[in-house]
Design a binder for this molecule. Sequence first.
Ligand code: TMP
Ligand code: ASP
Length: 264
Amino acid sequence: MDFNKTRYIPMSKRRRIYEGKAKVLYEGPEPGTLIQHFKDDATAFNAQKHEVIDGKGVLNNRISEYIFTNLNNIGVPTHFIKRLNMREQLIREVEIIPLEVVVRNIAAGSLATRLGIEEGTTLPRSIIEFYYKNDALGDPMVSEEHITAFGWANPQEIDDIMALAIRVNDFMTGLFMGVGIRLVDFKIETGRLYEGETMRIVLADEISPDSCRLWDAKSNDKMDKDRFRKDMGGLVEAYTEVARRLGILMESENVVHTGPKLVV
Ligand code: TMP
Ligand code: ASP
């Protein structure tokens, strides 16, 4: 399939497949593809807190594109095909596994609270946790026993998911360390990609400062969605700084005003 010749379907004619808190999925131009649209909505605490933050969607689209492209290049399978415009990317349709997979390197957030470990403590090794993706239940933490007993994934798939999570962690830890950022923890989602008779587990959804904890290596300043969760302000500035350090945003680019640009 030649994805360079993607047909443009006007927004009003597209079929909406799914709307989440921060993204919308539309039917794609070819069978087996979808368009993933990044909104400016920020939510926390299972959407009890909600705000529209101008420019967040554009930044997450770019940052996630950069990370998924690099992962594809090192052989980590993902759903990502290509970025289409400021807010959208073309992706492969996958069957989402209903798990939020969290990888932690440094104690923070719910782990620090639940186990009484001081925030900022380096963990003895990276820890993988599973949460059942279910908003009505508030995404409860589950074990491999629950996952296999309820048929959300089988033991082989859990092994594949954990191997994928570790590869993503190794790659991202190095990537961010190289630009003076500590990867504290992050969340990924995975899906089943069917290709003829075969099926494999691939990385899906997004990886952005919405789904990671990123601390400046020198100051420990938060450069992620905790700025919104904790009412600290400066979210777009922090995400812009992440994009700038990764070298994916030109100094002159302004993500807040995403309407048609005046050409002078
Ligand atoms: P937690 O410490 O609140 O459990 O979060 C762990 C990581 O997962 C952190 O990087 C933020 C991310 N995360 C999401 O992406 N979505 C969520 O719904 C939650 C609760 C956390
Ligand atoms: N994404 C979740 C929500 O909206 C929670 C979070 O990221 O903190 O509610």
